[in-house]
Structure formats: structure tokens, C-alpha cells
Design a protein around this ligand. Structure first.
Ligand code: ZN
Ligand code: ZN
Length: 186
């Protein structure tokens, strides 16, 4: 059942967040460095996220007194609330996104059958057109329905960054509203 799977992955997320919260900085750095070495995607995301966080928070060099020591919690209560925006896929820091720095496409991306990249594409042989890989590797084969630009085009609309939790809670609100109006109609 899907809900079981969901709750398992939610649990894992909580556990891993706990672990990360407790682990000394020295270990976290070492693990992150090792992961970034073998995972190009992660490395790119990590670099982008760090740049984004630093653009809000400053580069904040390590203070001299705790240099070389593992600062495992204790007095460092100054945590950052970092999220990955589901609209633009970029990292942002909650409470700092005051200007609405998100650039996104409000309407979905669809396959553009008339694009040259699909010439001679036979789905029996070549597979599905709309896959995450194709969206990334053949951006010319897709168009956003909001602005008619290809998949690699920067967002046509400015707004606030939103986390997946924001999305889920606004969907829940919408659902509640819908079921409330249904009940009142009955
Ligand atoms: Zn657009
Ligand atoms: Zn965003």
C-alpha cells in the first residue's frame, strides 16, 4: 500500500534528520565530501545550495576558537532553516526570501511533438518521450504551456520559493475547502 511506503520513507527522513542533527561537523563534512566525489548530481546540487545559502547568510568563515575541533552541538543554536524549492529546485533559507527570488513556470511542461528532436522517434524502440532524462537531455523537445519556452528556459514568473511542505499544506487546505463546499451543497 502506498500509504505504508510513504510512512516508512517519512520515518527514514526523520531518522536521518536526527542523525544529521547529532553528528559532529567533522563527520558531516567528511561524508558530504565523499558523496560529492562519486555523485555528480549531488555535487552540483550541493554547490548550488551552498551558494544560495551563503548569498542569504554570508560566507561565515569558521570562527577561530573552534577551528580543528568538532563542534558537536552545544552552544551552536544558530541553525538555518534551508529548504529546496519545489518550483525552481533551488535551495533557499526560510525567513530570508523576502523579495520573492523564485523564478518558475506556473504551468506544466509538455512534449512538443513538432520539435526537431523527435524526428524519427518511434516509441516502440525509443521509449517514452516524457521522462526525466529526456526533459534534461533534450530540453528542445518540451514546451512550457505558460510561455511556450523550451524545458531549459528560466522561469517566466517571479514569486516566493515554496517547499514541498508548503505545497502539501496548501493542497490539504484546498481539499478541505472542496469537501466543505460539497457538504454544504448536500
Ligand atoms: Zn513559463
Ligand atoms: Zn523557487
Amino acid at each position: 500500500m502506498e500509504s505504508d511506503e510513504e510512512s516508512v520513507s517519512e520515518l527514514q527522513e526523520v531518522w536521518s534528520a536526527e542523525r544529521i542533527a547529532r553528528a559532529p561537523e567533522r563527520q558531516l563534512r567528511a561524508v558530504l565530501k565523499a558523496l560529492c566525489k562519486v555523485d555528480v548530481k549531488l555535487r552540483e546540487r550541493m554547490t548550488q545550495a551552498l551558494e544560495a545559502v551563503q548569498s542569504y547568510d554570508g560566507e561565515g568563515e569558521e570562527s577561530e576558537e573552534d577551528e580543528g575541533e568538532d563542534n558537536d552541538g552545544g552552544d551552536d543554536e544558530d541553525t538555518l532553516d534551508v529548504d529546496i524549492c519545489y518550483r525552481c529546485n533551488k535551495a533557499w533559507v526560510r525567513d530570508y526570501d523576502l523579495h520573492g527570488d523564485c523564478r518558475y513556470h506556473p504551468k506544466p511542461l509538455v512534449v512538443d511533438d513538432s520539435a526537431y528532436v523527435w524526428e524519427g522517434w518511434i516509441w516502440e524502440d525509443d521509449g517514452l518521450q516524457d521522462t526525466p532524462e529526456n526533459r534534461e537531455n533534450m530540453p528542445e523537445g518540451f514546451r512550457y504551456t505558460c510561455c511556450d519556452q523550451t524545458a531549459s528556459a528560466r522561469g517566466c514568473t517571479y514569486g516566493k520559493h515554496r517547499s514541498l511542505e508548503d505545497k502539501a499544506s496548501s493542497e490539504r487546505r484546498r481539499q478541505r475547502k472542496r469537501s466543505a463546499s460539497k457538504i454544504s451543497q448536500e
